[in-house]
Each structure stands twice: as structure tokens, then as C-alpha cells.
Design a protein around this ligand. Structure first.
Ligand code: ADP
Length: 650
């Protein structure tokens, strides 16, 4: 007996102990695996002349044995080799990317759907109803069959078996009935039939079941006048599912429940989608598309393994499971299908990439998704906030990685945390709330929203009546830089054209918030203290460009601002990048802005006047390090800082 990998075992435990109460979905999961296997076979036959299949014969059979208390899902798909049985069913797919929380009870209580939703754990759901599961499979082109068997507790066996043709049978031996749970009901015609109808109606291959029908036997001619017709029970294989692709039907004819079930079955998600969008295009290019925005990001969304794409069909036949060309990177979370009779069947990856038709479809899809997201943003903000928490990063990254090309599509979809309103707001909302005459959108970057809200750089801008967008994701600053500026789509009342707002980091030197008078005063004070500032600059060396009197700080003794596009935080990110180092950090031009009204400034002036260069040097170093610490940035030499502070206390 082979043991399950640890993670698989833990997940099995959770499933079996019914973290997921909706056990009947096991059938949907097994059927969708079967359908995938048939799909794979059919696709193989399209690209490999040596593989010949008759499409009419492809399908899935569901059967049961009431005495043995078992349910069987069979398919004549691609099948699995011995190795594949071991690999595919012995470990939960990609389980190593998932970390179990330490406290399993916590998981049990509040994450029913989440935990399962994170994986393709479809097959394992069989153990929610089965005390034993046996999988007999024969791979296409192989003449041997193998049986995988497990009680779902700690391991499984793989042994030789018999199977006439390629394909797979999954036999679920039902658990014993208890007072609360009647598992036996699953081994009935009625129940299985209704589950197939309910969950798997749109599976594209026929799902057949032996159905008992009662028919009348005609009364023979020579029977007496009052002879009654006898009845006979016949068992015949019937196709249970409708198979008409759901995407071909009009939105008005299909209920949201049906869309949800289709989505869950075909895209292996345990949660219904957040949005469903259907699209029917006619004309030079005829196609149907059905798109979904998931409710949650898949666990691998932000990893390199994640593959975007929509399933591509030609007249109901799957050509490609994930056609990347159909969705832009910034909407890579969208799942769905596109079906067009106008696309040729024998398309290869290369030709697809250059296909003009495909590009036309992709453009239309992008527009449609945008429209739908705007509708969600405006009509159901709560849902949009949730959506944004899951996928906002992707869109922000899209702004950055397209070098601003996608700004028109994405900018008004973005949300940022407002320091004033203490919630996520759009750039339009920022502008609507901006003081009269404002022409900038201010943002700050840092690790924690709370801390950012109280840094001197932020509070001074807030004090002037402007809001600050608090950005705590690494991508934010890059996104803001790529945006550069923003203009609402509609002009404000009394305006001809919408005003364009410049997007500014609160740490940039040139915020332009001071009055001409304040600026003049600061410049004068800077000149008057030229000697002191030269000494301070010397103490800090390359770390700063210059030291000046600030027009903005009111409470802290000083702040560090930057000239040009690169902020301290950004330089820091380059240094910390997995393959980066100090030499990768772009040059950053730091300005130390001193608060002339602060008592520390007087102390420095006095030290300078008394010719105490050593004191000026030490104090300047401390001020610089403190300013970094306040902004949540690391200091170069913690030991030197500690020594200097200790020296002060002496
Ligand atoms: P998922 O289907 O999400 O990948 P499952 O746990 O349901 O996860 O299945 C694991 C793997 O086992 C599948 O990816 C597939 O390779 C294989 N598999 C499951 N059922 C079948 C089947 N009926 N025919 C062929 N392969 C199957």
C-alpha cells in the first residue's frame, strides 16, 4: 500500500469529515473529470492522424448497483496509465503550493468552500460519500488496464485489472447509512438522474444511464374481450443531459443557477462566479461567448504557473482548453468559452496567434468585460470591492506592464485606499472630493495603511485639505508612475473639457502645495543657514542631494523627499527584489527637508555657531535615520544609529 502525500491526507480528512456539506456534488466532479478525459481524447484525434475516434460513440455512462451499494461513472476517454493513476490520484494537484493553517479546526469552521475551492480536488470528493473508491483505467494505445483502490484514509493500492477498451471507470462504494445521512439513496435511478440533470446538463458528451421504463404489451387479437393489456418493465440506455451548449442559448432563457452550475462543472470551481457575461455576435464573424468573473482568485493566480485563457470551440468542439490570445493580461482572471463556426478546426498554436478573426473576438471580449466591470462598480459597489480585493492587483499590474497603453481601459476601474474617507475609492471619486482648484492626485506608499496615515509626509498633505491614496502593494507605485496623470471621462460642472490631474507621490520634493510667500521664506531661511546645511550635507555624503528648509513639515524635525521619479521606497523594492541587489537600485535623489520651527533646528544652529562640527554630524545622522524609520524604511547602519542615540542619552 502506498501512502498519500501528507497534504493530500490532511485534505482528505477535512473533506471526509464533511467540511463540505453538499456531498452530492461528487457526481458532478466525477462526470466533469470523465468529460475532460473524453475531450482530451477527441482533441488528440484532431491533431494526431494515428488516433481515430468516432465522435458519436464518445460519452459517459453512469450506473449503480443497489445491492452492492455502489455508483459507477465510466468514460471512453483517454484513460490513465499505471504511472498516471499513481501521479494523478495519489497526490492532490499542486498541493505543495498550499499551506495548511496550523489550526485545522479554524479551517473547518469558516472556510468550507474556500479550502476546497483552492484546488482541483474534484476526484477526492468521491470520499465524501464513498468508504472505498476503485478506479479501473486503460490508457489509449495500451493493452493493459490498472486498478487504483483506496479507502481514503491513509493510502491506496494499484494492481492489475481488466478493461475491454481505453477509458476509465470510477466505482464509489457508498458509506454505511447513519441516522443523519442516507448514502444509499445515491444508488437509485431517481437520484442519479436528477443529479445529472441538475449539475451536468450541459456536459457536451452524452451521459447515458440505464433507465427502467414500463411499457404495455398489446393484447393479442385472439384474447377474450375483457383481457387487459399486460405491462412489462424494460431497461434501456437513455441520454440524460441536454448537451446543447449553454453559451448558444439566449441569456433570458437560462437561469443564473444554470450558469452557476455550468461554471462550477466546467471550470472546477466550488464557488459560483461573481459575474456572468454572455455575448452573441453575428455578421462577418459569428460567435458565441460566455464569460465568467470568478468570486475568488485561484490559489496559483499570482504564481508563474498560472495560465490565462478561454476555452475555444469550433461548432461545439473543443479546439483548445486555454486560448491565451482571447483575453488580455490585465483581465487574465476571466474564465469562459468562445465558440465560433467561422474558425477552422485544424488550427495550430502558431496560426492562432496571428489569426485576425481571433484578435477581433479578443477586442470585443475585452470591451465587454470592461463594460461589465463598470456596471458592477456603479451598481453593486460592495461586490466590486470584493472583486477588486481578489483581482485588483492584476489590473494595476496591467497598467504598469503595458507602459500605459491600457490606461484608458483600466484607470477608472482601479481602487485605492483613501486616507480621508477610510475606504477604497476610485480616481474619479478622489477628484470629485478634491478641494477647489486642485490639480493633483496624491498618493503615499508603504507597508501598512495605518502607519502611512500618520507619517509626516502624509499628514502634512492631509492638513492642507487634500486626500492621500495610501498604497500598500508593491505594484502600486509602478502603477501610479505608469498612470502619470488622470482625467475623468466627464468634465465637471462648468468645465468644457475634463481637467487632467497629475498623480504625485507625497514624497516627491515638488508638491506645489505651499504659497509663494511660504516658498520665499523657506528659500531665504535655506540661504541664511547655508553653512549649517553644507555641514549636514557633508555629514550625509551621497545619501542626500541637499538639505533645505521645508515648506511642509509642521511637527517632525525633518522629512526625506525625493527629486525625480524614483522614490526611496521604490529604490528599496529594487534592492529587495529576489534577483536584485544594491547595484540594481536606480539612483534616487534625496532631499532632507528640515523643519525650521522645530527646537532641534535651534540645537543644530547653536552647535554650528559654537563650531561643534562633531555634534552637527551626529545629530544629522540621527535625524536622517529617524526619518527613514518613520517611513518604514530600513536604515543603513543600525549599530551606528544605536551608538549615536546612546551617546546622546549619556
Ligand atoms: P482536476 O480534475 O481538477 O485536475 P482531480 O482530483 O479531479 O483534479 O483529478 C486529478 C487528475 O486525475 C485529473 O487532472 C486527471 O488527469 C486525472 N483523472 C481524473 N479522472 C479521470 C478520468 N475519468 N479519466 C482520465 N483521467 C482522470
Amino acid at each position: 500500500m502506498k501512502k498519500f502525500k501528507t497534504e493530500s491526507k490532511k485534505l482528505l480528512d477535512l473533506m471526509i469529515n464533511s467540511i463540505y456539506t453538499n456531498r452530492e456534488i461528487f457526481l458532478r466532479e466525477l462526470i466533469s473529470n470523465a468529460s475532460d478525459a473524453v475531450d482530451k481524447l477527441y482533441f488528440r484525434s484532431l491533431v494526431d492522424d494515428a488516433v481515430k475516434v468516432n465522435r458519436a460513440e464518445l460519452g459517459i455512462t453512469v450506473s449503480y448497483d443497489a445491492d452492492e451499494r455502489s455508483v459507477t461513472v465510466s468514460d471512453n476517454g483517454l484513460g490513465m496509465t499505471k504511472d498516471e493513476l499513481d501521479k494523478n490520484l495519489g497526490t492532490i494537484a499542486h498541493s505543495d503550493s498550499f499551506e495548511f493553517k496550523n489550526d485545522e479546526n479554524e479551517v473547518r469552521d469558516n472556510a468550507d468552500v474556500d479550502i476546497i475551492g483552492q484546488f482541483g480536488v474534484g476526484f477526492y470528493s468521491a470520499f465524501m460519500v464513498g468508504k472505498k473508491v476503485r478506479v479501473v483505467s486503460r490508457a489509449l494505445g495500451s493493452d493493459e488496464a490498472w486498478a487504483w483502490e483506496s479507502n481514503g484514509v491513509d493510502g491506496y493500492t494499484v494492481s492489475e485489472a481488466e478493461r475491454a477498451e481505453h477509458g476509465t471507470d470510477v466505482i464509489v462504494y457508498l458509506k454505511d447509512d447513519t441516522d443523519d445521512d442516507g448514502y444509499s439513496a445515491f444508488a437509485t435511478e431517481h437520484r442519479l438522474r436528477s443529479l445529472i440533470k441538475r449539475y451536468s446538463n450541459y456536459v457536451r458528451y452524452p451521459i447515458r444511464m440505464a433507465v427502467t421504463t414500463t411499457c404495455e404489451i398489446p393484447v393479442p387479437e385472439d384474447a377474450g374481450d375483457d383481457a387487459l393489456p399486460a405491462t412489462e418493465e424494460r431497461v434501456e440506455l437513455q441520454v440524460i443531459n441536454s448537451m446543447i451548449p449553454i453559451w448558444k442559448r439566449n441569456r433570458s432563457e437560462v437561469s443564473q443557477e444554470e450558469y452557476d452550475e455550468f461554471y462550477k462543472t466546467d471550470f472546477h470551481d466550488f464557488e459560483a462566479p461573481a459575474r456572468t457575461v454572455s455575448l452573441h455576435a453575428e455578421g462577418t464573424l459569428t460567435y458565441d461567448a460566455l464569460l465568467f468573473v470568478p468570486s475568488h482568485a485561484p490559489y496559483d493566480m499570482y504564481s508563474k504557473d498560472y495560465k490565462k485563457g478561454l476555452a475555444l470551440y469550433s461548432s461545439g468542439v473543443l479546439i483548445m482548453e486555454k486560448c491565451e490570445e482571447l483575453v488580455p493580461d490585465h483581465f487574465n482572471f476571466v474564465r469562459g468559452v468562445v465558440d465560433s463556426a467561422d474558425l477552422t478546426l485544424n488550427i495550430s498554436r502558431e496560426t492562432l496567434q496571428h489569426d485576425r478573426q481571433l484578435r477581433a473576438i479578443a477586442r470585443r471580449i475585452e470591451k465587454k468585460i470592461k463594460q461589465d466591470l463598470v456596471a458592477m462598480r456603479d451598481d453593486d459597489r460592495e461586490a466590486y470591492d470584493e472583486f477588486f480585493k481578489e483581482f485588483g492587483r492584476t489590473m494595476k499590474f496591467g497598467v504598469y506592464s503595458s507602459y500605459g497603453m491600457a490606461n484608458d481601459t483600466l484607470a477608472d476601474l482601479l481602487l485605492f485606499y483613501s486616507a480621508k474617507q477610510k475606504k477604497l475609492i476610485t480616481l474619479d471619486e478622489y477628484i470629485a472630493d478634491a478641494p477647489e482648484g486642485a490639480d493633483s492626485i496624491f498618493f503615499a506608499t508603504g507597508d501598512s495603511i495605518e502607519r502611512m496615515a500618520s507619517t509626516p509626509l502624509v499628514t502634512t498633505v492631509l492638513a492642507k485639505g487634500y486626500d492621500v491614496l495610501l498604497c500598500n502593494e508593491n505594484v502600486d507605485e509602478f502603477c501610479m508612475m505608469a498612470l502619470g496623470s488622470y482625467a475623468p471621462s466627464e468634465p465637471a460642472v462648468g468645465e468644457e473639457e475634463p481637467k487632467r490631474f497629475t498623480i504625485k507621490n507625497v514624497s516627491s520634493e515638488d508638491l506645489d502645495l505651499a504659497s509663494a510667500d511660504e516658498k520665499e521664506q523657506a528659500e531665504k531661511a535655506t540661504e541664511e543657514n547655508a553653512e549649517l546645511f553644507a555641514a549636514m550635507k557633508e555629514a550625509l555624503g551621497d545619501r542626500v542631494e541637499k538639505v533645505i528648509v521645508s515648506t511642509r513639515v509642521t511637527e517632525a524635525p525633518c522629512v526625506l523627499t525625493t527629486e525625480g521619479a524614483v522614490s526611496l521606497k521604490m529604490a528599496q523594492m529594487f534592492k529587495e527584489a529576489p534577483d536584485g541587489g544594491p547595484e540594481d537600485a536606480p539612483a534616487v535623489r534625496v532631499v532632507m527637508e528640515v523643519n525650521a520651527a522645530h527646537p532641534v533646528f535651534e540645537t543644530l544652529r547653536a552647535a554650528q555657531a559654537a563650531g561643534d562640527g562633531e555634534k552637527v554630524r551626529i545629530y544629522t545622522g540621527i535625524l536622517y535615520d529617524q526619518a527613514l524609520l518613520i517611513e518604514g524604511l530600513p536604515i543603513d547602519d543600525a549599530l551606528a544609529y544605536a551608538k549615536a542615540v546612546t551617546h546622546l542619552m549619556d
